[in-house]
Design a protein around this ligand. Structure first.
Ligand code: AP5
Ligand code: MG
Length: 181
């Protein structure tokens, strides 16, 4: 977990090789659906282009299919899910049904100024519709309103690890590996 631009995707991509488990980025899945112009893609585009969250029922369907797949049977990294209180509940129910549990919830942190700087830099060649300047800012607000409150839930469940997301990519990876050992 962590605000847009904090490095969730960057770190998950490195960690998946280190931990030898797959990585699911809900943002990437939705962007692929948009590129395919599928039904999910058509609905999602409206929300993503406006910096809003895609409806929870679409996300839980994607997550359920993924967690049931054979590639996930030895573990996985979720990047960008859950993202609000309802998704925490949906995931909790799904994991109970599948007899799975979360080992660790990592919250990456960084100040807003740095995040905006990273996303503006990325916007020059990302091709992401939500990297438009007004949407970058909106995504930060949505994170603080809807995602930040769920961090408390994982803290209370004693599986939360908070990691400083400022510094070099390599240093942040080392910090994460240290807390998940
Ligand atoms: P998603 O794709 O998850 O985007 P996001 O959370 O807004 O964040 P980013 O992917 O932009 O940032 P990141 O933290 O992964 O950072 P990154 O590693 O890329 O979601 C997009 C949209 O999809 C949502 O707004 C929503 O509409 C929808 N969606 C997705 N999941 C959903 C859900 N569960 N429910 C509902 N809707 C959902 O790094 C950012 C940049 O910084 C890169 O250029 C990177 O190279 C650079 N960088 C990384 N680390 C460093 C560092 N240490 N120093 C300097 N630069 C760095
Ligand atoms: Mg990402």
């Amino acid at each position: 977990m962590g605000p847009p631009g904090v490095g969730k995707g960057t770190q998950a991509t490195i960690l998946k090789s280190h931990l030898k488990v797959p990585h699911l980025s809900t943002g990437e899945i939705l962007r692929k659906e948009i590129a395919l112009n599928s039904d999910i893609g058509k609905v999602s585009k409206e929300y993503i282009d406006n910096g809003l969250f895609v409806p929870d029922n679409i996300l839980i369907e994607i997550i359920e299919n993924y967690l049931k797949s054979s590639v996930c049977q030895d573990g996985y990294i979720l990047d960008g899910y859950p993202r609000n209180v309802q998704q925490v509940k949906d995931l909790h129910l799904l994991l109970s049904r599948l007899n799975q549990s979360i080992d660790v919830a990592i919250s990456l942190t960084a100040e807003k100024k740095e995040l905006i700087k990273r996303l503006i830099k990325r916007s020059k060649d990302s091709g992401r519709s939500d990297d438009a300047i007004e949407i970058i800012s909106k995504r930060q607000d949505v994170y603080w309103k809807q995602t930040a409150p769920i961090i408390k839930y994982y803290r209370e469940n004693k599986i939360l690890k908070e990691v400083n997301g400022l510094g070099t990519i390599e240093d942040i990876t080392k910090r994460i590996i240290k807390v998940i050992k």
